[in-house]
Design a protein around this ligand. Structure first.
Ligand SMILES: C[S@@+](CC[C@H](N)C(=O)[O-])C[C@H]1O[C@@H](n2cnc3c(N)ncnc32)[C@H](O)[C@@H]1O
Length: 283
């Protein structure tokens, strides 16, 4: 199979074009062009396996947008987007730029995928945003590398509230990683009033056919650079143990403070992800 698609941009050095990557597959689900034949092949197979995957990706992206706007409305202007992905529709810094005062917004993107990192850098440079937004190419399983990075140190003031985004990424973290401990480690770095927003694939609230489809899809991600893990509401509840959950609590995507942008297909896809937002309480 040819690894270079007609629309694919030049790949940064060191990019693995032999195996699909979750960053580039997700870009393909969302109709982007920062993906290669290997990613598009996987995405096409995924649609056959689980036809709601594209609306699910879009519903997740819209959840992200609603969270960022809610945080801004709540006075939070700093964002740490862990597993931020390839820039696409509704990037966090763009939502921030259109909602926060020009001198207030701060955004740090974190992703370990070289294409996601290179394109984030490219878009921030092109938009002349590097003095208030930046990309850290790091593995979020190593929080020290995230917090000690020059860009994080320069842009985020951890003595003030930060909105931490773990959106559609923890299902790619598992295996030897203690996810509970990792989530706690991030929690412990942030000031009272900070938010954690999270979404995660699941299948416990769907009919048997949908549940089996997404379980098979998760299985197929084992053939990519990012094996996926299905988890349950109980896992999400545990991760929010140190937070005060904000209304409406742990719900499916379309039910978190919905607006009228949500389509019927996105509503149908909703039960395949849990999502929630919690606040670090005052001590
Ligand atoms: C499905 S995309 C989600 C993008 C974005 N958060 C969203 O919800 O629209 C998952 C992203 O997480 C990144 N990712 C997965 N594991 C990671 C890790 N351990 N460290 C950093 N990034 C990771 C992938 O490279 C990919 O870009």
């Amino acid at each position: 199979m040819s690894t270079t698609g007609e629309n694919a941009p030049a790949a940064p050095e060191g990019v693995n074009l032999e195996e699909a990557s979750s960053a580039r597959i997700y870009d393909a689900y969302l109709g982007g062009t920062t993906n290669w034949a290997v990613d598009r092949y996987f995405a096409d197979q995924a649609v056959k396996q689980f036809p709601l995957i594209k609306p699910l990706a879009m519903a997740n992206r819209r959840f992200l947008g609603r969270v960022v706007r809610a945080a801004l409305d709540n006075g939070i202007t700093q964002f740490l987007d862990l597993g931020s992905g390839v820039p696409t529709v509704g990037n966090v810094h763009e939502t921030v730029a259109s909602h926060a005062r020009a001198d207030e917004g701060r955004v740090v993107y974190v992703d370990y995928e070289p294409v996601a990192a290179a394109h984030s850098d490219h878009i921030l440079t092109e938009q002349d945003a590097l003095d208030w937004a930046g990309i850290v190419q790091a593995d979020l399983r190593d929080p020290v590398s995230v917090f000690e990075h020059e860009t994080t140190q320069r842009l985020l003031d951890l003595s003030k509230p930060v909105c931490v985004l773990l959106v559609s990424v923890l299902h790619f973290v598992g295996g030897e990683t203690d996810v509970d401990a990792l989530v706690r480690q991030y929690h412990d770095e942030f000031a009272p009033g900070s938010w954690l927003a999270l979404s995660h694939i699941c299948n416990e609230d769907s009919d048997n056919e949908g549940a089996a489809q997404i379980a098979r899809l998760a299985e197929q991600y084992k053939n990519t650079q990012n094996p996926a893990f299905l988890r349950t509401r109980a896992d999400v509840e545990r991760w929010f143990g140190g937070y005060s959950l904000l209304e409406p609590g742990i719900v499916h995507l379309a039910d978190w403070r919905p607006d009228d942008e949500i389509t019927e297909a996105e509503r149908e896809a909703g039960p395949f992800m849990w999502c929630a937002v919690g606040e670090v309480p005052a001590t």
